[in-house]
Write a protein of this length. Structure first.
Length: 215
């Protein structure tokens, strides 16, 4: 599967530069341009199939644009569970990337767009991909901590979640600022001089094993 995902773009080498760039930028394609993109898989198939013991990978590449409902390329009547398993998975991943790419688009937008064409996908496989990615995103979110800390416990890379002002209400650091060694030393100095007090609310990524507890 990893090999198929890595090698399927080989077919793009035969496309006109303008079309390849247009596809890479996720710009709207005409029907003819979409056909050329689909047919580029044949070139990738032929290149990979010439390598010994790579026929299975080549088959996954050839059918990675083929819909579960039999739509798409190649137009040979093949569909459903007769399609190679890796091809069914690769189609989901390719289409998800395509639908999620572009200004303002997210992975959630990609799944919504694909849901409107659900007949093109192995739904059980689509559900698995969705759940796996959802779990991965949740895991990443759990690694982010919101903390209220005195200057002595701040780390470079912490993100301020609230403005820091001195006793005269002058802004020292705005919310959203990323703390550096220099800014932390400044806050420590201001705190020691009594110009600021209390704890500061920051967002921190997961602390890597072996990282110092204090700066």
């Amino acid at each position: 599967m990893d090999l198929a995902a890595t090698l399927y773009p080989l077919g793009m080498l035969g496309l006109p530069d303008e079309l390849a760039l247009k596809y890479a930028l996720n710009e709207p394609l005409s029907s003819e341009e979409k056909r050329q993109i689909d047919e580029s898989m044949v070139m990738a198939f032929k290149l990979v199939d010439n390598i010994g013991h790579m026929h299975g990978v080549a088959q996954a590449i050839l059918y990675c644009r083929k819909g579960f409902d039999g739509s798409g390329y190649p137009a040979d009547g093949l569909g459903g569970m007769k399609l190679p398993q890796n091809a069914r998975l690769l189609k989901i991943l390719i289409d998800l990337v395509d639908a999620s790419t572009g200004e303002g688009n997210s992975r959630a937008d990609g799944f919504v767009a694909m849901a409107s064409r659900k007949n093109e996908y192995d739904l059980e496989m689509l559900k698995i991909v969705y759940m796996e990615l959802l779990e991965a995103e949740s895991s990443e979110t759990e690694k982010i901590q919101s903390l209220s800390l005195p200057p002595t416990l701040l780390h470079p890379g912490d993100i301020l979640l609230k403005d820091i002002v001195d006793k005269k209400k002058r802004l020292l650091l705005a919310s959203g600022s990323e703390l550096s060694d220099i800014s932390i030393k400044r806050l420590k100095s201001l705190s020691a001089n009594g110009e600021i007090s209390g704890k500061f609310k920051v967002r921190r990524g997961e602390v890597k094993q072996g990282s110092p507890a204090t700066s």
